[in-house]
Design a protein around this ligand. Sequence first.
Ligand code: NAD
Length: 373
Amino acid sequence: MSLHPDLLPTGDPTVGRRRDWGFVPDAEKFGVGVVGLHEGHTMLVALRASGLCRAVAGCDLEEDKRRAAEEVCPGLWTTSDYDEMLARKDVQIVAIYTPDSLHAEQIEEAFRAGKHVVCTKPLLNEVSEADRLLRTAKKTGMRLQVAQSTRFYEPFLRMRELFDQGMFGKAEVVDAQYTHRMDWFYKKSPWSMSETHWAYLGLSHPVDLVRQYLGEIKEVHAYGSITALGKAHDLNSPDVIAATLVSSDGRIGRAFGNYGIHELPKGRSLVECHLQGSAGSALARYPDLRLTYTKKDGTEIDEDWTHSMAGYYFRHELEGMHYGEFCNVIDSFAAAITDDTPNHPDLEEGVGTVRVMHAIVQSLESGAPVTLS
Ligand SMILES: NC(=O)c1ccc[n+]([C@@H]2O[C@H](COP(=O)([O-])OP(=O)(O)OC[C@H]3O[C@@H](n4cnc5c(N)ncnc54)[C@H](O)[C@@H]3O)[C@@H](O)[C@H]2O)c1
């Protein structure tokens, strides 16, 4: 698997990995309708920088979220009724940013309404929904892009690009983590305590990164525990998870997450992917805009986009993050639809990650390794 050509460097450091699409009139851009306007608000702002898509509609049950969306996108059509948004002809792509347990149904409805879908991570939190969605996608011909944001962040895009050029040889071990103090999230989004599991909500980033390099996973063994911060919120499933993943050809990956950690010391990053290859290794980080890697002769290179791209990824005039990744995701998807080329991670690849996360939960519950068929 390689990067979509539209994400390759342009040679212009101010544009970074984004292709200069030239002038595409609004009428020719994909109209995007976003459902779930908390993190979905970030997508609306991200769309301002998009070359191929434009925000046309927003949907949320809460009025203040709809008003805030109209403020950042003057002229945006908004509703509290998802079906009403799906009925609009100017919506060609639906971007789903609702609580995890709603994704399956909303994807299914969008496919049936003839819309392509960008769905945030985790794609699903019930593996039982997967086959039905795969069938509906086939029947309707609609496509899905998992908005697996970390893959689309500069150091991770660059690591994949160098890997595809053979810089690190064959991936032998992938050690990935997403570690973040998340007790604020329980208050903001109470569904995160009762309707999902950190194996999905948090571990989807490192599991996806391991699968991006190791491919299919045949066995999983996971351990978990609950932190003091988790116990203080009556969490009843682990907020610390360490999972060993074995690929179909016997290579080892590790996916780790701690969501009750106190602040990280400076030396570590929230998301890290340490790719250990047969000819070199690389470490990509988030939110630091840094990739460190060794070349075959042992020289260590540190690429740092803090000055060139922090404005694109973090939009300093606003509060928040992920703006650049979301724009990269949706533009690469739009380009793949237009060119009729594959997009990654697509529905099938996303379902593969869901199956691994499901196996992690089974292993946490049984204490034993779980084999994936
Ligand atoms: N890195 C990333 O890509 C990233 C970051 C944060 C969150 N997420 C994902 O985004 C999703 C949402 O997370 P969040 O933090 O925004 O949650 P949130 O609870 O803050 O917001 C969810 C929003 O969905 C709305 N909503 C709920 N049901 C709805 C319905 N039936 N129709 C319309 N609107 C509805 C709610 O009113 C709320 O505004 C989760 O799946 C989460 O994992 C992804």
